[in-house]
Design a protein around this ligand. Sequence first.
Ligand SMILES: NC(=O)c1ccc[n+]([C@@H]2O[C@H](COP(=O)([O-])OP(=O)(O)OC[C@H]3O[C@@H](n4cnc5c(N)ncnc54)[C@H](OP(=O)(O)O)[C@@H]3O)[C@@H](O)[C@H]2O)c1
Length: 244
Amino acid sequence: MTDYKLPNNALSGKVILVTGAGDGIGKQAAINYAKYGATVILLGRTTEKLEQVYDEIESAGGPQPAIIPLNLLHLSEEQAHQIAETIEQEFGRLDGLLHNASTLGEMTPIANYPVETWLNVMQVNVNSAFVLTQALLPVLRNADKASIVFTSSGVGNKGRAYWGAYSVSKFATEGFAQVLADELENTNVRVNVINPGATRTKMRAKAYPAEDSNQLKTPDTLMPLYTYLMSDESLEVKGERFNG
Ligand SMILES: NC(=O)c1ccc[n+]([C@@H]2O[C@H](COP(=O)([O-])OP(=O)(O)OC[C@H]3O[C@@H](n4cnc5c(N)ncnc54)[C@H](OP(=O)(O)O)[C@@H]3O)[C@@H](O)[C@H]2O)c1
């Protein structure tokens, strides 16, 4: 999938929301979706980072993006519905939703895992994705062909010592994606999962501080897969899990 070639207008006319769009893989995905013609809604918690991505997209001549500064740790049901309402008013529909934002929590044994951190990781990585997805389903149903992509991890289907809440949250993400994919099987909304694999980002550096990051792939190498799953080329692809 890394050398998958898509036409330059593969996402033309599509409206795609990316969570965690200010940094790492989400930033690259947002820039890349715009490059292929999508109007991107940049959701993240650090406004300056979102503004940088916005500027980068604008100066590259992409469609004008939108920014939603939001800390998913505090996302309420009401806020999620407000986001859906705004998208409905502005665009009438949502064609793509990339659930990318996540927090690593602590790398520590379960015996010592801080309860508050555990709850926060579950809130950001799982609960907020549920609340946001539920609120956005009607606008996704308004699209002709919509795609939801969840982001898992190598520890999302095989547990590993010290990965604690992050690993468990990714198992939950995969479970959620499977339930949703099955429920939406005969609708216009398809659901798939990407495990990006080891990628050069701040999260990876936090998990592996001693590693030489120059040996890792960069987020841009994942983009053929990320773009494919948002494009109409993947219309028949449902309930699948991809490794980046
Ligand atoms: N990198 C890897 O090797 C790897 C491997 C497997 C899976 N993944 C998955 O890939 C996805 C992207 O990871 P990454 O490596 O690109 O991580 P990253 O560089 O840390 O970027 C994560 C992004 O999510 C945002 N975010 C975190 N917590 C948030 C919150 N509470 N509310 C709103 N936004 C929040 C961050 O915002 P700020 O910039 O403001 O902090 C950041 O923009 C994640 O789901 C991760 O689990 C990554």
